[in-house]
Design a protein around this ligand. Structure first.
Ligand code: ASP
Length: 348
């Protein structure tokens, strides 16, 4: 009798474990996906108004694929994303996985700076479990809002065993993108994201996830970049290059003694003579200067038109200026050594 009872208990435990849905925690930060407009036909709206529990309530079908919990980390349009919110996201994401509170994380986020947050988390979340960002282009109150579908798809991507070990992903408009490669390419269209150098790495369609590519730059568990609640980030700014640009902004940053400057150069990370002189001054003041490009695809090549060794600059490789800034901020937490920083850009 005792034996039958213990077998029954054992079977119950095994079956309930098998029946358990993957646990997903949604870290909500705001954005248009949580945006509310004055009417269904007006494009104007305020980002970050709708709480995450209401967004989850809007996609009841999700209960069949995941055990969801929502946490409101912030409620901002992502033009107002801050380093402080990045720090909170990084600390919480690492804690969730370290304490085994969830099998995957979804971050809801405005689209404007989603690629920056995505790459930041890619570099600092030291676990192989999926982290998937998503958002929407139309507010929740619009006709044919894209938020519920994007959120459902992002959860589908997050719970797929195929998504493990791929670093941070962005799921948007049925495309799956590597956080390192992705970029917002349209100001208003629902197919807002693309990866100019690599294309999407996969697709989520009809509740199924398929991957076609693997990134060579996965960070995951081996990341050298660590963020705690007390991390004080260095200041790194971006300066845009354009025809006949005066060096005033660079000079201001030198006077402000910033830690790093990323130049969104033209073409292969080039800049004019006025910038060249200012860059020399910045380097001799101990500021790390990284040459990136305002051109959306391709990479910035070391020692091509500019002699970086002589000038004392580093290059962004194929990172956009906004992502080069993220990398430089994190790299500078570990070292001020130019060669080591350059290696980070080539490796991650
Ligand atoms: N400005 C909004 C944001 O980034 C745009 C969006 O989410 O689509 O929060």
């Amino acid at each position: 009798m005792k034996k039958i009872l213990s077998i029954t208990v054992l079977l119950f435990v095994v079956f309930s474990a098998l029946a358990q849905l993957p646990r997903v925690i949604i870290l909500a930060t705001g954005g248009t996906i949580a945006g509310a407009g004055a009417s269904a036909t007006r494009a104007g709206y305020t980002a970050g108004k709708i709480p995450i529990d209401d967004l989850i309530g809007g996609i009841p079908a999700v209960k069949k694929i995941a055990d969801i919990t929502g946490e409101q980390v912030a409620s901002v349009g992502s033009q107002d994303m801050t380093i402080d919110i990045w720090r909170k996201l990084a600390v919480r994401a690492n804690e969730i996985f370290a304490k085994n509170e969830a099998d995957a994380i979804v971050v809801t986020h405005g689209t404007d700076t989603q690629e920056e947050t995505g790459y930041f988390l890619d570099l600092v979340v030291a676990h192989a479990k999926p982290v998937v960002l998503t958002g929407s282009m139309r507010p929740a109150t619009a006709i044919s809002a894209d938020g519920p579908k994007n959120l459902y798809d992002a959860i589908t991507v997050a719970v797929s065993p195929k998504s493990k070990g791929r670093g941070v992903l962005i799921s948007f408009n049925e495309g799956i993108f590597d956080a390192r490669e992705v970029m917002k390419l349209s100001t208003t269209k629902v197919n807002a994201f693309g990866s100019p150098n690599s294309g999407p790495i996969g697709q989520v369609y009809d509740g199924k996830v398929e991957y076609y590519m693997t990134s060579m730059r996965e960070v995951n568990v081996k990341t050298p970049f660590a963020v705690t609640a007390n991390t004080k980030f260095p200041r790194v700014d971006i300066v845009y290059m354009y025809a006949d640009a005066p060096p005033d902004l660079l000079n201001t940053l030198i006077d402000k003694k910033v830690d790093g400057i990323v130049i969104a150069g033209v073409g292969n990370g080039n800049f004019n003579k006025a910038y060249m002189d200012a860059v020399k001054r910045a380097v001799s003041a101990g500021i790390i200067v990284c040459r990136a490009s305002r051109t959306p695809s391709g990479r910035v090549v070391l020692e091509d038109e500019i002699n970086d060794e002589e000038l004392g600059t580093i290059v962004s490789d194929d990172l956009t200026p906004q992502k080069a800034r993220v990398m430089l901020m994190l790299g500078l937490l570990n070292t001020k050594d130019r060669k080591q920083l350059q290696q980070y850009f080539f490796k991650y």
